[in-house]
Design a protein around this ligand. Structure first.
Ligand code: NAI
Length: 334
């Protein structure tokens, strides 16, 4: 079985080679840097979220039978193009919901206790002045959790540990979860109007894209803190910029951004043959967010702990081994 493994970190190669050494493995850092001959013969493609798998890529791979995503989200893969060719898409459904939920709280605590500002003040000026570093308690605040899947449910448990009131919205509420964890399911607009903090944990799909938009922001309680560790596309970036300017959203912690793949590569986007106006606008808006004093942007690292990365690799290796043994394990949900 010929496997094309698009890697992120050098050390991954050794780890994967050790476990899948009996298969024919090719390691490249991107589709663009993969020779046509390798694309032609590969039957398995393993990718991370920073490796989009477009229809064009799938068309370049006539022997492709399996796409093994090393992630929980799979919105970077053209699933319908894969389906048309009967290519199975497998993923890592769970590798530690605590990992991402912990990061959501890292962002929230950084905002609520002004940790980046405090650190910068001490390192930049040596000042131990406390006057501009007055934060707020999480206890007794209402947090609205959007999406009560694996990560959202874990975030709820953590919020309860902080003594917060929890409301949640999910169009597919989990039976008994509210009683088990002690929170209340409410409608989407009600959540927006009740929450002091909103944390996004829904997957990205056509129905969730831009769920935080100019219209829905009208229901938000003024001064809310928005945390997004799910996907940038859940939030309409220009609407977020506007809400920050108007003080409707007082601060934001964003591990994910729309068009995050283009960040740091603006030159490429500018000179690409047909850059879309929307993409260019989002990249501009992202730069506004990055430089905003009340916004913390991190480069999609909520998953990135030693423990979680190892679990991601182990599940992917198992997924590939199962496939070569004739069984499809961890197929993405329809
Ligand atoms: P999950 O599939 O267990 O949960 C997703 C939940 O969203 C489900 O309960 C679903 O019913 C709900 N949902 C669907 N439509 C919704 C809507 N319109 N409004 C509210 N909720 C809706 O997924 P899990 O494991 O909890 O992960 C959530 C997302 O977190 C992933 O899809 C992924 O995009 C993101 N993620 C981000 C990482 C990072 O490093 N920043 C790492 C891992 C996941």
């Amino acid at each position: 079985m010929n496997i094309l493994y698009l890697y992120k970190e050098e050390w991954e190669k050794e780890y994967v080679k050790e476990k899948l050494g009996d298969l024919s493995l090719e390691f490249r850092d991107s589709i663009e840097n993969t020779e046509n001959e390798i694309l032609q013969k590969s039957e398995v493609l393993s990718v991370f979220v920073s490796h989009p798998v477009s229809r064009e890529t799938i068309e370049k791979m006539p022997n492709l039978k399996l796409i093994a995503a090393r992630s929980t989200g799979f919105d970077h893969i053209d699933v319908s193009a894969a389906k048309e060719r009967n290519i199975a898409v497998v993923y890592v459904p769970s590798y530690g919901e605590n990992t991402v939920a912990e990061f959501a709280f890292a962002l929230l605590l950084a905002i609520s206790r002004k940790i980046p500002e405090a650190h910068e003040q001490v390192t930049e000026s040596g000042s131990f002045d406390q006057s501009n570093l007055n934060g707020f308690d999480l206890k007794d605040k209402t947090i609205g959790i959007i999406g009560t899947g694996r990560i959202g449910a874990h975030a709820i448990k953590m919020a309860k540990g902080f003594g917060m009131e929890v409301v949640a919205y999910d169009p597919f509420p989990k039976q008994n979860l509210d009683q088990e964890l002690g929170f209340r399911y409410v409608g989407f607009e009600e959540l927006l109007s009740l929450s002091d903090i909103i944390s996004l944990h829904a997957s990205l799909s056509d129905s969730t894209r831009h769920m935080i938009n100019e219209e829905s922001i009208r229901h938000i309680k003024k001064g809310v803190v928005l945390i997004n560790t799910a996907r940038g596309g859940l939030v309409q970036t220009t609407a977020l910029v506007k809400a920050l300017k108007e003080g409707i959203i007082s601060a934001a912690g964003l591990d994910v951004l729309e068009e995050e793949g283009d960040m740091g590569d603006e030159e490429n986007l500018l000179f690409s043959p047909h850059p879309k106006l929307e993409e260019l606008k989002n990249v501009l808006a992202n730069n506004y967010l990055i430089n905003h004093p009340r916004v913390i942007v991190t480069p999609h690292i909520a998953f990135n702990t030693k423990e979680a990365v190892k679990r991601i690799l182990d599940t992917t290796i198992e997924n590939i081994q199962s496939f070569t043994g004739g069984e499809i394990k961890n197929k993405i949900p329809n």
